[in-house]
Design a protein around this ligand. Structure first.
Ligand SMILES: [Zn+2]
Ligand SMILES: [Zn+2]
Length: 376
């Protein structure tokens, strides 16, 4: 398997704590790959950058970011090479950043007219990867709920492939997600409802949006668990045997499109576009956070807002919490509908599915719902 190969090439038996050159090596390789990908995007912006995102970019900031990741790859590479006997991580990071520099680095000019045609969202993948890694990886390393769980736990590469699979075709996935809502709003004009809501203060509108979205998400999510043929798609998301932020990316494309597409229908009828965009940013961060291997919580806030421990109980394979905790923002929605399970201070012992034959790789999992094998 590819993951085993990667682990063999980059891993070794030496300790991986701070000061061993492990983390600096990982960071060097990560930044090197980001820098190389970003410079390639600058060379082929028509093919590798998302037309819908370009208006939001500030090119000077992007160029500064590229410089920073090139420098980061080299500095961390040097540190790792000095501290660790096996140099392969450091060399990988430094080689990619050297290649990025030789290809023009951050100063590659954008030549010619940019078109709005079909493109691969490599820019979106690299930016989002950098953003979520910077937010979530440090808190998982510093304050884990399961300290023994490695960042490179089993099946980590599979979940990176899932992250890639939703980011690269971003034009197609966002079109499909918006399709049901845009079609329905075109037929049914409910602008009077939106008009009333836009008069409320921004924060109230935002809170209402989160509430409407979570109520919709609750029932779609519950249906994904209860309807056998829908469960076959959603079972992929539940096949992770350990949770961290990247495990949250594991979802069958049909599951992803159904939840997001159907949830947007009530949203589009009630809220303005800027509230919906703000909500989409919020849900990306909150839903990812709910999967993190992050221990601390704020006790008094736990009954009102979802902390990782609540969603972790949704992912357990322990009988007492099967088909519980469907909400993604407000735990009391589950209380309201009788599906709440939140034992004090405890985390689950086991995760994943019981006696399920779900294949291990991305393609096997993608085709799995269309085969005849039973899910559970
Ligand atoms: Zn679920
Ligand atoms: Zn989940």
């Amino acid at each position: 398997m590819l993951e085993q190969k990667v682990n063999e090439i980059f891993g070794d038996a030496e300790p991986t704590g701070f000061g061993t050159g492990w983390w600096s090596g990982v960071l060097s390789a990560f930044f090197g790959l980001l820098a190389f990908g970003a410079v390639i995007c600058l060379h082929f912006p028509n093919v590798l950058s998302t037309p819908e995102l370009r208006p939001y970019y500030s090119l000077p900031v992007i160029r500064m970011l590229i410089q920073a990741v090139i420098a980061g790859a080299i500095v961390f590479g040097v540190i790792s090479a000095m501290l660790r006997r096996k140099k392969v991580l450091a060399l990988t990071g430094m080689s990619f950043s050297l290649a990025a520099t030789l290809l023009g680095g951050s100063s590659v000019p954008i030549n010619g007219e940019l078109t709005n045609g079909p493109a691969i969202g490599l820019d979106w993948f690299l930016l989002d990867m950098l953003l979520v890694t910077l937010i979530f990886s440090p808190i998982e390393v510093l304050w884990p709920a399961y300290p023994k769980q490695s960042v490179f736990r089993s099946e980590w590469l599979n979940d990176i492939v899932y992250f890639l699979s939703t980011h690269l075709p971003i034009q197609l996935t966002s079109f499909l997600i918006l399709l049901p809502a845009t079609q329905l709003t075109a037929i049914l004009n409910l602008s009077s409802v939106t008009g009333q809501i836009t008069r409320l203060p921004w924060l109230v509108q935002f809170f209402l949006a989160v509430l409407v979205a979570d109520l919709a998400e609750y029932w779609i999510h519950r249906a994904l668990h209860m309807v056998p043929w829908l469960w076959r798609f959603h079972a992929i998301h539940h096949s992770s045997k350990a949770l961290d932020w990247i495990a949250g990316s594991r979802a069958h494309i049909v599951d992803d499109l159904l939840i997001r597409g159907l949830m947007l229908i009530p949203m589009m009828f009630a809220f303005s576009q800027d509230i919906i965009v703000a909500y989409l940013l919020f849900v990306t961060i909150h839903a990812t956070w709910a999967h993190t291997n992050f221990g601390p919580s704020i006790k008094w806030l736990e009954p009102y807002l979802i902390f990782p421990r609540f969603h972790h109980w949704h992912h357990t394979s322990q009988k007492e919490s099967i088909d519980k905790n469907f909400a993604i923002h407000f735990p009391w929605i589950d209380k309201l509908f009788g599906t709440y399970y939140y034992p004090e201070d405890r985390w689950p012992d086991t995760y994943g599915l019981h006696n399920q034959p779900i294949p291990a790789g991305f393609w096997g999992q993608t085709f799995y719902p269309f085969t005849r094998t039973k899910a559970r």
